[in-house]
Design a protein around this ligand. Structure first.
Ligand SMILES: [Cu+2]
Length: 128
């Protein structure tokens, strides 16, 4: 959770990296490197049966991901300026919620950032 992108200083309020590809059972720790941010799963952007997560501001939460699929998340205070990210958990059934996650509606700059993220995902080889 950063106030400024480490490689493009014009970009403010970012998760870096904003896409993480992991395996079932892996954990992700959201580091409060800069203050004033949180990480929480986005409504309608996690697989069926997966647990939503929600950290408090400045809280470093560690989340274990067991269900394959696409998990959108965001910083609550900076959602509208596009502070969002994606975790991809590979494995059987991982593609089941891709279209639903892509179909989630967004506002503000989050809409453009999600467009960029999905374009990046479309160009990735996610097979094992
Ligand atoms: Cu933030």
């Amino acid at each position: 959770m950063l106030n400024q992108h480490p490689e493009d200083r014009k970009l403010r309020q970012v998760f870096f990296p904003r896409i993480a590809v992991i395996e079932p059972g892996d954990s992700v720790k959201f580091l409060a490197t800069d203050k004033g941010h949180n990480a929480q799963s986005a409504d309608d952007m996690i697989p069926d049966g997966a647990e939503p997560f929600r950290g408090r501001i400045n809280e470093e939460i560690e989340v274990t991901f067991d269900t394959p699929g696409f998990y959108g998340y965001q910083c609550q205070p900076h959602y509208a300026v596009g502070m969002v990210g994606l975790i991809v958990v590979r494995g059987d059934g991982m593609m089941d919620n891709l279209e639903a996650a892509k179909a989630a509606r967004h506002r503000g700059k989050a809409r453009a950032v999600w467009g960029d993220i999905w374009a990046e995902v479309d160009g990735m080889d996610l097979s094992a």
